[in-house]
Design a protein around this ligand. Sequence first.
Ligand SMILES: Nc1ncnc2c1ncn2[C@@H]1O[C@H](COP(=O)(O)OP(=O)(O)OP(=O)(O)O)[C@@H](O)[C@H]1O
Length: 240
Amino acid sequence: MATVTFDNATRVYPGTERPAVAGLSLSVGDGEFLVLAGPAGCGKSTVLRMLAGLEEMDSGRVLIGGRDATAVPAKDRDVAMVFQNYALYPHMSVADNLGFALKIAGVPDAERAARVREAARLLELEEVLDLRPQALSGDQRQRVAMGRAVVRRPQVFLMDEPLANLDAALRARTRAQIASLARRLGITTVYATHDQAEAMALGDRVAVLREGVLQQVATPHELYARPANQFVAGFIGTPD
Ligand SMILES: Nc1ncnc2c1ncn2[C@@H]1O[C@H](COP(=O)(O)OP(=O)(O)OP(=O)(O)O)[C@@H](O)[C@H]1O
C-alpha cells in the first residue's frame, strides 16, 4: 500500500501546443480509491501513464509511497495497470494467464499457485481456472485481467476505463465487484473513467479534469453539493 502524489506534473506531447496534463497537483491517500473523471481527451490516460512510468513528464514530479518515482523505470514502480483492451494470452488457461507475470518474475511454483488460487477466489474465477479465454464471458475475461494485477500485489492499481467493453448490466455488476475487491485488499487505486455514474459510484474521491487541468477533487457528495464551477456541475449532473 502506498500514497501517490503528483506535484505540478505536466505533459506536453511532442508536436502539440496545449499540455495534455497541465500542472497537476493531487494526492491520493494510502488505500484510497481515487477516480479520474472527465470527457474523452481530458488527460486521464496521460495521468495514469505518467504514474505508471509509461509517459515522460515535461516538468513536475510523481511520488509513490512518499518516494520520488519520477525517474524510476516503469518496471520498478510496483504499480499494476488494468486497461480497457485487456489482452489475455489465448493459448493459455485462466490459471496460466493469472500466474504468467509471477512466472516471468521467478516466483517459485508453490507460491505462484497459492497467489493464483487467492486471486481466483477473490474474483470468483475458481470454476474457470482450466478454461481458455475464448470460453469465458466478457466480464469473466475482465476479471482475469484484474486478477493478473491482483496476483502481483502491487502498491498501486491503475485502471483505465476497465469496463468500457462491457454492456450496461455487466458494467454495473463488475463495478460492484471492483469496488469491493479494491476495498478488501486496501490497495491504493487510481481509476479513470468518462462515465460520471461510474465515477460517483466507485470513488472515495473523484478528480474532475478538463483539457488537462484539474477542476476539483472531492468526495462524490461534495461534488454534488458544492461543484467548484459550471463544468463540474455539468459533468456531474449529466448521466451517461
Ligand atoms: N501520443 C500522443 N501524442 C500527441 N497527443 C496525444 C498523445 N496521446 C494523447 N494525446 C492528446 O492528449 C490529450 C489527452 O489525452 P488522454 O488520452 O490522456 O485523454 P483521456 O482523457 O484519457 O481520453 P480518452 O478517454 O479518449 O483516452 C488529448 O488531446 C489527446 O489527443
